[in-house]
Design a protein around this ligand. Sequence first.
Ligand code: ADP
Ligand code: F6P
Length: 320
Amino acid sequence: MKRIAVMTSGGDSPGMNAAIRSVVRTGIANDIEVFGIEQGYKGIIQDKMRLLESKDVSNTIYRGGTFLRSARCLEFKTKEGREKGVQNLKKHDIEALVVIGGDGSLTGAKVLEDEYGYKVIGIPGSIDNDIYGTNISIGVDTALNNIIHAIDTINDTASSHDRTFMVEVMGRNCGYLALTAAIAGGAEAALIPEIPFDLESILEKIRKRYEEGKTRSIILIAEGVGSAHDFGKTLQMMGGFDTRIMVLGHLQRGGSPTVFDRMLATRMGAAAVEGLMEGKTGVMTALVNKNIEFIPFEEVLGNTRQLDERLMKIAEDLSH
Ligand code: ADP
Ligand code: F6P
């Protein structure tokens, strides 16, 4: 293998730069040229790709976002768009592709492999932690630390005023961020898409807390279950609590990646290149226990990641 390419696609996540850097430098160490494609599938179609040298990835490991930039590209979902893209990859003699992104981006990679027999390895990058097959995806740890920093800060002012705060976090269809942040941030409840919830019993729990002399309540809401503003209004009306709303939004997705994310991204980037050299394709790098393994796209995309039931129980038991 002489030349491969790397790209980032879909929602960015902290650690993507570390993964690109690892792919580039592992490639160079093995006499493989690595092209960087700008803006994911859009860059493939628009022929925005260039050779990356070692210096191009200097000073990137500590930066959030992705210096190759990311995009969502509807055209790649069409046969004509993909045809154009594959022509461009062939024009540059690019033999294989490393795709860093979420479920959607990995689906695009699978289509490339299925339709054209193109060699592709995926790396899971998404703060939601909704990708099946890996313990955790690149960016999740940093996003959680961002959320916890916000909750700790809110705690100070919330407890000074005996207030209830509704904190909305990301996670399109997945409650992982809300549940984990609720446990690590000491929140009273997490409203997540995976578990039906009963507002009356949450109100009761908060009432009891105030009666016991506790000075604040924090409720996490995964964006997938609805708006913190709406829930906040309801709580204020039904329970009469002094309620405030925080929507953390894209603050969760930026910032310097944690050591965990830098290491995960670096290990996965190196594994992706080594995997391609061993002839692997149609697989995603995954953290399984302590090792980086390769999971077939069919398995990754054909299954839904479930939340850990023990964590749900811990969250409930500790929130009273
Ligand atoms: P994420 O990778 O974060 O889940 P998206 O779901 O937005 O983000 O997907 C990113 C991009 O992957 C899409 O904009 C599109 O270009 C590509 N993609 C997603 N699904 C498909 C598909 N079924 N076929 C081809 N490309 C796809
Ligand atoms: O999938 C990652 C994610 O951050 C989700 O949590 C969120 O719903 C979505 O992307 C937001 O995407 P956008 O980049 O379009 O704002």
